[in-house]
Design a protein around this ligand. Structure first.
Ligand SMILES: Cc1cc2nc3c(=O)[nH]c(=O)nc-3n(C[C@H](O)[C@H](O)[C@H](O)COP(=O)(O)O)c2cc1C
Length: 351
């Protein structure tokens, strides 16, 4: 008989959050929100498909925490009550199907756009994002203390709204150079303040953090040698889980460094394409949870099919990055997939 996979065994990420297995859908902004930034019926159908497929936890794609920080026209937002109400059905659907739904909170910082907001983007030191600087109307504002205070309040409001919608866990997006990401000294101070603000102000809500291991920039970004110190400070602040995402070759070494620095529940995502790979990641790197984004996007039922002995019928992700490209393709109305018949990219789109 085939041994039972450890990634399919239950675990807890907080005293009141028990997961039926250790596989989670790592966040994917599919850019299919309603015109007001709320969770649409299209998104509800999409995420119900992911929940039905059998993973233990779903982290929703990033929600912008304020109208002043936007990137995609159909990007999800969480700064008012009607957006919170729109989230409630998926959180309840997850709960009734034994799948924890986590809300990811996002401030885009200098990587936001100005077209939707007509305001300059916030940058701690006034540094522009080279990619976004090419977009029409892009302007940067160096953050003042009053801007920092406002951002802290926006995170608290978004966390409160997530709680109001029924969430028990939020994730702060502190990787990939967004506002809460970056080098470990001064920006870490803001991240820690935001964690403390939420824990102090919103009862019964846990906070997890997504961090990068290596921003792969020439200077001033997060580097692997800072990881242990960053983790200890986040741990002291009361953060719960550290999620990481990296380029494939550096991923396992970096995650191992985090594992050595903390006993907190730890998960990572990046190029895990089946449950055997998830199992190897647990064995080799010692993570507690394994995230899959593109593999579950390509086949929502990957976990269920594997459990039922139908792994040979899984639609495999091609890992060609086309879904990333959809995000900045003006002729598309959302993110599509190369292989999933439920939302296959129109044949007219060729990269
Ligand atoms: C289209 C697309 C959208 C994404 N959106 C988010 C997001 O909203 N928040 C986030 O933290 N990561 C986002 N990611 C990164 C994924 O969570 C994940 O780290 C990455 O895809 C690598 O994992 P995978 O190899 O399993 O796909 C996105 C990835 C893709 C492909």
């Amino acid at each position: 008989m085939k041994p039972v996979l450890r990634c399919l065994s239950p675990t807890s990420v907080a005293p009141d959050i028990h997961l039926k297995n250790r596989v989670y859908f790592a966040p994917m902004g599919i850019d299919a929100a309603s015109p007001d930034g709320g969770f649409s019926d299209e998104m509800l159908g999409f995420y119900q498909g992911i929940v039905d497929g059998g993973c233990g936890m779903v982290i929703l794609g990033n929600s912008a925490i304020d109208a002043s920080t936007r990137l995609q026209e159909r990007g999800l937002c969480l700064y008012n009550e009607s957006q919170a109400e729109a989230l409630r059905p998926i959180i309840e659907y997850g709960r009734s199907n034994d799948c924890e739904i986590v809300v990811q909170l996002q401030h885009y910082g200098a990587q936001g756009g100005c077209q939707l907001t007509n305001e300059p983007v916030l940058s701690p030191s006034g540094v522009a994002c080279r990619r976004m600087a090419k977009t029409p109307g892009y302007r940067v504002k160096t953050m003042l203390i009053s801007d920092i205070e406002a951002v802290r309040q926006q995170f608290i409001r978004a966390a409160r709204l997530a709680k109001h919608a029924g969430a028990r866990l939020v994730q702060l997006q502190a990787s990939n150079g967004y506002l809460l990401g970056g080098d470990s000294s001064r920006r870490l101070k803001l991240l820690i303040e935001v964690i403390s603000d939420i824990l102090n102000d919103v009862a019964d809500l846990h906070v997890s953090v997504r961090i990068g291991i290596d921003d792969c920039v020439e200077q001033g970004g997060q580097t692997p040698d800072q990881i242990a110190s960053v983790i200890h400070q986040l741990e002291d602040a009361g953060a719960l889980i550290h999620k990481t995402s990296e380029s494939e070759h550096r991923l396992h070494d970096g995650v191992r460094m985090i594992r050595n620095a903390t006993e907190l529940p730890l998960g990572f995502a990046g190029f895990v394409n089946d449950l055997d790979a998830a199992e190897r990641a647990m064995d080799d790197v010692g993570v507690d949870l394994v995230g899959m984004t593109r593999a579950l996007f390509a086949d929502n039922d990957l976990v269920r099919k594997t459990i039922e002995g139908q792994a040979n019928q899984i639609n495999g992700c091609l890992y060609d990055g086309n879904c990333f490209k959809d995000k900045s393709n003006p002729s598309l109305d959302r993110v599509y997939c190369c292989v999933n018949p439920k939302y296959k990219r129109p044949a007219s789109i060729q990269y």
